[in-house]
Write a protein that binds this ligand. Structure first.
Ligand code: NAD
Ligand code: TDX
Length: 351
């Protein structure tokens, strides 16, 4: 990738799955760029994942909440770009309780946008990249493989999680239209790779199998997701940040649709386990049938396409990462990872 045009990025949610990968990706591929990572360390934020970067002069961690206006006002004025990834991100949790989703994904996004607006009115222009999701489009039918989400597909979110992300997405559009802020939006499909919290299907299934536990497959397993390697996502977000046109939305996908049953069988094969390890469990409420991304715009306009999402190799490599990092996921599953940041940064916030 070519060298970027921003010097200092404020990343929100950098201790989560995608954020951890994004920090590493930017430090590696942009040797002169600095990153400030603002993260509240909720249950899914793991400061241990970036522990090896302590002392790295181009990286700074700030323990704080995106809803803290005074804090984000100060931080936004130190940087020339914001990549906003902090969120409550798990659909099943949003079905249990939507409140933290609305509070962080809508209220937190609004707080950040207001900080960017305030800085701009004082002459400090900051580019704002909102990391949205394909789930804002709702679901596609299973029997129409010709249909995919384009950037013009109407937003029609199904879950409380997706609705809260869509609300943040719409706020970005409104702040662009009303205040002329420099905003770009990405909408990405399902990510897989290292450092994913083991409540999401791939790390949950892999780590269950490593523990000798069955894998809980929802419903009939026919639901389809488009799987993208997290580093492809990081590269795409950086591409949009640096070269996307203000006010535009860019879909990001892996051209890699699999049913959950296919995915499960592939994981079982890679790990040398049999189908008896599949436990059929009741379906997720409102379970979206299929997501599929048409990512021709980002390819045509910005020249980005995925290179790391090819199966089965990319999935095998991801399974191997969890096999090689048993200590990491065992500390996450047991909750022990929290001790580290409680010692380092004080009380835990969030759920
Ligand atoms: P994650 O749950 O692993 O990480 C979220 C991070 O945000 C955590 O570190 C958490 O501590 C932090 N956070 C939560 N609330 C906060 C708050 N109020 N203030 C500051 N920090 C807070 O999520 P992820 O899978 O890495 O997803 C990152 C972003 O990418 C989300 O916005 C999500 O909607 C989007 N996205 C994810 C996927 C995917 O497949 N994982 C796909 C498309 C888009
Ligand atoms: O135990 C499970 N069993 C199961 O069958 C879990 C956790 C999931 N599933 C199914 C549900 C989905 O069809 O697997 C599929 C993937 O589920 P998740 O990993 O929970 O992801 P999903 O709901 O598709 O949402 C993800 O992709 C889009 C991320 O969590 C979102 O943050 C992102 O926006």
């Amino acid at each position: 990738m070519s060298e970027g045009r921003y010097e200092h990025i404020l990343l929100t949610g950098g201790c989560g799955f995608i954020g951890t990968n994004f920090v590493r990706f930017v430090l590696e591929h942009r040797p002169s760029v600095r990153i400030t990572n603002l993260d509240a360390l909720t249950y899914s934020g793991n400061a241990e994942s970036l522990r090896d970067l302590e002392g790295e002069p181009r990286y700074r961690f700030v323990h704080g909440d995106i809803r803290d206006r005074a804090l984000v006002d100060g931080l936004v004025r130190e940087v020339d770009a914001v990549v906003h990834m902090a969120a409550e991100s798990h659909v099943d949790r949003s079905i249990q309780d939507a409140s933290p989703f609305v509070s962080t994904n809508v209220g937190g996004t609004q707080t950040l946008l207001d900080a960017v607006r305030s800085a701009a009115s004082d002459g400090h222009e900051v580019r704002f990249c909102y990391v949205s999701t394909d789930e804002v489009y709702g679901q596609l039918p299973l029997d129409r493989p010709d249909l995919k989400f384009t950037e013009r597909t109407p937003l029609n979110p199904s879950s409380p999680y997706a609705a809260s992300k869509a609300a943040g997405d719409l706020l970005c559009g409104a702040y662009r239209h009303t205040f002329g802020l420099d905003i770009v939006i990405t909408r990405c499909s399902n990510n897989f790779g290292a450092y994913q919290f083991p409540e999401k299907v791939i790390p949950l299934f892999v780590t269950n199998l490593m523990e000798g536990e069955p894998v809980p497959l929802y419903g009939d397993g026919r639901n389809v997701r488009d799987w993208l390697h997290v580093l492809d996502h990081c590269e795409a977000v950086l591409t949009v940040l640096e070269r996307g046109e203000a006010g535009e939305v860019y879909n990001i996908g892996g051209n890699n649709e699999r049913s959950n049953l296919e995915l499960t069988r592939e994981i079982l094969r890679i790990m040398g386990k049999g189908e008896e390890m599949i436990r059929r469990v009741p379906d997720r409420l409102g379970h979206d049938l299929r997501y599929a991304i048409d990512a021709t715009k980002i390819k045509r306009e910005l020249g980005w396409e995925p290179t790391r999402s090819v199966w089965p190799g990319a999935l095998e490599e991801t399974v191997r990462w969890y096999q090689d990092h048993e200590d990491w996921w065992r500390r996450v599953k047991s909750g022990a990872y929290r001790e580290y940041y409680q010692r380092q940064y004080g009380n835990v916030t969030g759920a």
